[in-house]
Design a protein around this ligand. Structure first.
Ligand code: KIV
Ligand code: ZN
Length: 516
């Protein structure tokens, strides 16, 4: 990689570190959809997965590698031959492949987890980088738990892997322990003591356990790091990773402080965030920086007064700069196929004839029960109609009787594979009865971990967006469904969770690897 000292490379790990976190698992089709959006967003490197973890992971990484042309595609591998060979097999057809290999460097990990000496681990790190370099010159190395490692051992390891051929060295704060001053100093220490740094890119990979991931990443950048590893909406292990939208907008908004730039197309940020939410069913908190529902909503009278007079009084960046448009009403009952197709194009979706027809039919159906159709409604339709893969379970009809004098009862028909099945369920309320009917038809009984309802847009006729989280052994899946009738949305969300669970069962990790 040719070095431009003012450019910060954005390495997105939503599909790897992000996907590892509870409820964020995605199937191959969903990973591909997100990877395409990440490419549109302009991320420099997409970490597509951990190919050794399962056949499903391998397949997803391979498909992403074959399709993505502009971004580099990275595959993760522990520092051993089996992992590195597998990672290479998955990414070798990429236009710009990268192998990312790692091993722990802290004494805590060496003593309690790896049970190996520093010398042994150093040898393995060097051998891993050399092997990876025999496949590609685009090799990244991470000393895991770097922030709790002995600094001089870290210097020794970083120097050794650079000698072995690593072009990028990533410094992970694996457990989210460090604080900005300390992390900045660590990066400065590496620059001062690693004698063969040359053109090596130093990268920051921060976890958010203390809510400091973005601040720590900025401190690293301030001290010379030129790659940041991050995820959309900050998803990731435990409290998550550095949020892509926050680090990118901090650099863009405070260019006066940093004088640096990224190649992210910031107008694609909101769309990327929404897409991830659609796929995983996990909404972002309303007050989340940059992409939360309230991020640009000014409530106080004094603020509103100032904004009317001059936006700069209370607005440090515009909603348009992250892709949030001012006017949201887009379509209604009388919108024709062309208007729909035109609007989808404006939103950045190019569909074929047959897909537009399917979306148009759904828009008409929705417009019968809802006056205005918003971008968010269209996205919900797109996700449910076009992007969702083949499902084992599908809802055919649902009829619910409820009220304060009846036992809530749901009668339901579902398509299960090729069969159509019908049954009923009773419950404490209409949602409970609906879920009972689904359990009776599918003969499943997974513990329900979470049930949440959100309104996609405003108004009494808003579509309800329901998220249902089901538990499967030590895993969980989140399903989502949208419909103006919240009971139907709930049924769709439960059925979606069952479909995702089917996928999860197929791809449950064959190699169990503890990572953060
Ligand atoms: O947090 C971590 O240490 C990781 C490494 C694999 C880079 O995710
Ligand atoms: Zn991590």
């Amino acid at each position: 990689m040719k070095k431009d000292k003012n450019r910060v490379y954005i390495f997105d790990t939503s599909l790897r570190d992000g996907e590892q976190s509870p409820g964020n698992s995605m199937n191959t089709e969903e990973k591909l959809i997100l990877a395409r959006q990440l490419e549109k967003l302009g991320v420099d490197i997409i970490e597509a997965g951990f190919p050794i973890a399962s056949d499903g992971d391998f397949d997803a990484v391979r498909q992403i590698a074959r399709e993505i042309k502009k971004s580099q595609v990275a595959g993760l591998a522990r520092a051993n031959k089996q992992d590195i060979d597998r990672a290479w097999q998955a990414i070798k057809h990429a236009a710009k492949p990268r192998i990312h290999t790692f091993i722990s460097s802290s004494d805590i990990h060496l003593k309690y987890q790896l049970k190996k000496s520093r010398e042994q681990v150093l040898k393995e790190a060097i051998a891993a980088v050399k092997l990876a370099c025999s496949y590609t010159d685009n090799v990244e190395f991470s000393p895991m738990d770097a922030t709790r490692s002995d600094k001089d051992y870290l210097v020794e390891m970083v120097s050794a892997v650079i000698d072995a051929g690593a072009a990028t060295v990533n410094i992970p704060d694996t457990v989210g322990y460090t604080i900005p001053e300390e992390f900045g100093n660590l990066i400065a220490y590496l620059f001062a003591h690693v004698k063969n740094m040359g053109n090596t890119i130093i990268s920051a990979h921060c976890h958010n356990d203390l809510g400091l991931a973005v601040a720590n990443s900025l401190a690293a950048i301030r001290n010379g790091a030129r790659q940041v590893e991050c995820t959309i909406n900050g998803i990731g292990e435990r409290a998550g990773n550095t949020a892509m939208e926050e680090i990118v907008m901090a650099l863009a908004t405070r260019k006066d402080m940093y004088g640096l730039y990224t190649k992210i197309k910031t107008e694609q940020i909101y769309k990327s965030s929404r897409l991830l939410t659609q796929i995983t069913g996990i909404p972002v908190q309303p007050n989340k920086a940059i992409v939360g529902a309230n991020a640009f909503a000014h409530e106080s009278g004094i603020h509103q007064d100032g904004l009317i007079k001059e936006k700069i009084t209370y607005e440090i960046m515009t909603p348009q700069s992250v892709g949030i448009s001012d006017t949201h009403i887009v379509l209604g009952k009388h919108s024709g196929r062309n208007a729909i197709s035109h609007h989808l194009k404006k939103m950045g979706y190019t569909l074929n004839e047959e897909q537009i027809n399917r979306v148009a039919a759904k828009v008409k159906g929705l417009a019968d029960v809802k006056k205005d159709i918003y971008d968010e409604d269209l996205e919900a339709i797109l996700y449910e109609e076009i992007y969702r893969g083949e499902d084992k379970y599908n809802l055919v009809y649902l009829n619910v009787v409820s009220g304060n004098v009846a036992i809530p009862t749901a009668t339901m028909e579902m398509q299960v594979g090729k069969e159509v099945m019908r049954d009923a369920g009773f419950g404490n309320g209409p949602v409970d009865a609906t879920f009972a009917a689904i359990r009776n038809i599918t003969k499943t009984n997974y513990p329900l971990l979470k049930y949440a309802v959100n309104a996609i847009t405003g108004g009494a006729d808003a579509q309800g967006e329901v998220a249902v989280q089901l538990k499967y052994n030590e895993h969980s899946v989140v399903g989502r469904g949208a419909h103006p009738d919240v009971i139907v949305a709930s049924a769709k969300a439960y059925i979606n969770a069952l479909n995702r669970l089917e996928f999860l069962k197929d791809s449950v990790k064959k190699v169990k690897v503890e990572l953060s």
